[in-house]
Write a protein that binds this ligand. Structure first.
Ligand SMILES: Cc1cc2nc3c(=O)[nH]c(=O)nc-3n(C[C@H](O)[C@H](O)[C@H](O)COP(=O)(O)O)c2cc1C
Length: 330
């Protein structure tokens, strides 16, 4: 049985990839994941704000200028609160590369074109096999149009992709008006693959303190459905790779994600809950399913339920929404 897949031009022994998370902070944890069968690991992100902060801090140090924006910047983590400072991040790439045989994908997290994108070259020089660019964008400015916001992002992708030889994947949110067109534009800008979808960490309201409370809840399988639908829709159109992140918790989830069209299936929450060894449980389940359903290879499975190949494409589209609503009676 052949589990191999090609993702971002990299040959992976199977589709299971550890998603961006604290697992990459510890070489022993990364090795345990590799031993359990993970085919690649994405590092936690280095943030645009972190790099800007360091660059500004340098200027501040030289010019001893006052921070005119202290209140706004206090919402962001303080420099020392980030787990890996930019230079430590580069050293961590080297450490991981020194201990692992699977590809190491470094992650840059930011939106606007700027000096921070120069870190892509540093990632490459430190040995990263690919870069995942996380475009976690939350537009709150009513003056900014969708076209303008997306143009910024596309320019960022273009700059990063043209500055390195290693492949660049782009991790996006689901909140775009015309997602297929946007994904093709990302490819056109130089992305070798698109990862769907960023999970927005949704703050809650604390009614006693009358405050907005940040919270981080791990996912469950119900979050996969949004990904499955869009993977299935995007899969026939994309020339490059499709990665999935969000809500993969079981072997069945893994199977569905590949059938929808993903080349790589990223895991975080399930591994934080169950530990690195869980990768082997998922791989065993994937192989069992393939044997039961007469699939010889992951390649053969991939996209078998995408919008072009599934028996009832309407189930993925607007028609089904109408049918489902009409089927309810009280
Ligand atoms: C503790 C934690 C840290 C994370 N750090 C990052 C990060 O630095 N960069 C990033 O792109 N995503 C980060 N993520 C998001 C994950 O990579 C992933 O996209 C998300 O958790 C959905 O996948 P899951 O359902 O398998 O958890 C983080 C998630 C968790 C739970």
């Amino acid at each position: 049985m052949n589990l191999a897949t090609r993702y971002l031009g990299l040959n992976l022994r199977n589709p299971i990839v550890v998603g961006a998370s604290p697992f990459s902070d510890r070489v022993d944890a990364a090795c345990a994941l590799q031993d359990a069968g993970a085919a690649a690991i994405v590092m936690r992100s280095l943030f645009e704000e972190q790099i800007d902060y360091e660059q500004k801090a340098l200027v501040h140090h030289v010019e001893t200028a006052a921070d005119s924006n202290a209140e706004a910047s206090s919402y962001f983590p303080r420099f020392e609160e980030y787990q890996l400072a930019p230079d430590q991040y580069l050293k961590q790439i080297e450490r991981l590369k020194g201990s692992l045989t699977i590809p190491v994908i470094a992650s840059l997290n930011g939106v606007r074109p700027g000096g921070w994108t120069a870190y892509a070259r540093k990632f490459e020089a430190a040995g990263a096999d690919a870069i995942e660019l996380n475009l976690y964008q939350l537009v709150t400015d009513p003056e900014l149009s969708a076209d303008e916001a997306e143009a910024d992002v596309l320019e960022t992708v273009r700059r990063v992709a043209t500055s390195v030889k290693i492949p660049v994947a782009v991790k996006i949110s689901a909140f775009h008006t015309a997602l297929p067109q946007y994904c093709l534009a990302l490819e056109h800008a130089g992305a070798s693959g698109v990862v769907v979808f960023n999970r927005f960490y949704q703050p809650d309201f604390n009614l006693e303190e009358m405050e907005v409370e940040p919270q981080l809840k791990l996912s469950d399988s119900s979050e996969l459905l949004l990904r499955l639908r869009w993977l299935a829709i995007l899969s026939p159109h994309m020339k490059g790779s499709l990665g999935a992140t969000g809500g993969v918790h079981t072997a069945e989830d893994t199977v569905k994600t590949i059938l929808a069209g993903a080349h790589a299936v990223q895991l975080v929450s399930v591994l934080l809950k169950n530990g690195p060894g869980y990768v082997s449980t998922l791989l065993a389940g994937l192989q069992r399913w393939m044997a039961d359903h007469n699939y010889e290879s992951v390649e053969e499975m991939r996209g078998a339920l995408n919008l072009k190949r599934c028996p009832d494409p309407a189930a993925l589209e607007r028609a089904n929404y109408q049918r489902i609503l009409q089927s309810w009676k009280v």
